[in-house]
Design a binder for this molecule. Structure first.
Ligand code: SF4
Ligand code: SF4
Length: 135
């Protein structure tokens, strides 16, 4: 299960993830980290059965944390099968099917967001519901 952790520099340079590993004994895999002088955002992966324990521990240390229970989702009404997402995805989530339509293996997604930016038809989503669109 993936968790998105947001930390503020107001919390200082406290090693939150190291503390969580130490106190819970859960091995945490950091898949992505973006940290600047003001704030940081980390995408971590933990075993499903330890997810709630880790979430509570991180929240208790003052960081905000959100469980990401789904990977990328596609609005098939908007997709034009251009293949831009295939070339940019580092996880090979997308491929062409026999009919040259786009296939999605959501379980491979590491929620990097690159495809969302690259899609020329705004057909890809990482969070929330796929919006209703007037047709
Ligand atoms: S980049 Fe967007 S429009 Fe193109 S194939 Fe991927 S989801 Fe479809
Ligand atoms: S969010 Fe990243 S890993 Fe997931 S499908 Fe898009 S490009 Fe691939």
């Amino acid at each position: 299960m993936k968790l998105l952790v947001s930390v503020s520099r107001k919390q200082g340079k406290y090693p939150i993830i190291a503390q969580v590993v130490k106190e819970t004994g859960v091995l945490v895999n950091v898949e992505r980290a973006m940290i600047d002088s003001h704030e940081g955002e980390l995408l971590i992966d933990v075993p499903d059965d330890s997810c709630e324990l880790v979430r509570q521990k991180i929240a208790g240390l003052g960081a905000s944390v959100r469980i990401l229970d789904r990977g990328i989702r596609i609005d098939t009404r908007e997709c034009v099968d251009c293949g831009a997402c295939i070339s940019i995805c580092p996880q090979e989530v997308f491929s062409f099917g026999d009919d040259w339509g786009i296939l999605v293996e959501e379980e491979k997604c590491v929620i990097c967001g690159k495809c969302v930016i690259a899609c020329p038809h705004s057909a890809l989503f990482l969070s929330g519901e796929i919006p209703e669109r007037p047709f």
